[in-house]
Design a protein around this ligand. Sequence first.
Ligand code: NDP
Length: 336
Amino acid sequence: MAVSHIAFPDLVALLEAIFVRFGTSRQVAAILADNCARCERDGAKSHGVFRMKGYTDSLATGWVDGRAEPVLEEAAAGFLRVDAQNGFAQPALALGRDVLIEKTRANGIALLAIRNSHHLSALWPDLEPFAEQGFIALSTVNSFACTVPHGGQSAVFGTNPIAFAAPTRSGEPVVFDMATSSMANGDVQIAAREGNQLPAGAGVDSNGNPTTDPSAVLNGGALLPFGGHKGSSISMMIELLSAALTGGNYSFEFDWSGHPGAATPLTGQLIILIDAARAGGAPFGVRAETLIDEMASAGVKRFPGQHRFAARKRSDAEGIALGVDDLNWLEALAAD
Ligand code: NDP
């Protein structure tokens, strides 16, 4: 496959033009384009430009409002809510971000509960900047029913990611971000597109039988939670936090059948922020590095986040590697 390299600001500008062309406000376009380009830059391919079709299809069918103006509500001293008004989750977070930080500094902890929102991206771009500012951050998002709870027969949960970010004293923040299904839906779609099989235990077909065929999972089948009953309980918690607590939909509650092609789940997102400066004992960042050093001494060579940070350095030095076909496709989308 022929590859070309594009500078980060150029990719952001290209994606921004596409979002605007598909009807978003300039502000929403800027936020989403930055988010999507950051995923591509960091090698998070399942949430990079690959997702542009999902974004544009959802916008074109009128399923998501690209011009929505989110509304911020203060439920308690440390409990903020944002009604995304059927818009994307990231602009809702952008609206609440500064107040969330202010409340966290004042109270030591605060949360932002976003509802009526569409999240089609990875979670780490939402959290990593908080850790860079000295906060510990945890976020959950539910998605659309495509994962069978442990012991069940049909899909109830989404792929339901959970992400965590924490500062270190001097190095990159500690960040992990993972689906609680056996794998992310984007990776199933990529496997189907590229003709690859899924790992054993990833999903079931439409008859509930185990399968490694991505098309069988996507067409009437379902994913399984990671880690059997344990992963299933974490996924259940994510439904409760992202939907019941925020006031958003569970993954099985919204009906997008009137918008064929829509790809952005209409659910909710929870973000919990803790002020690491309030930690007892030695500074949190120092203690975080003690743990990392001990893990390294135990032989750990690969830490969560490391893969992305390495890809980021590469992209910053050489430009973001994009397939020429993908680049042509994006340019056509922006120009049509
Ligand atoms: P992965 O399984 O690829 O990675 C999960 C985490 O584990 C990452 O932090 C990763 O770090 C780390 N990791 C991976 N391999 C290793 C290893 N060998 N040793 C140590 N750490 C490792 O992620 P998923 O496929 O589960 O999820 C991918 C993305 O999909 C996430 O960003 C998630 O937010 C997103 N998603 C979004 C949804 C939505 O509705 N918006 C729904 C479901 C998923 P690193 O980053 O360095 O690779």
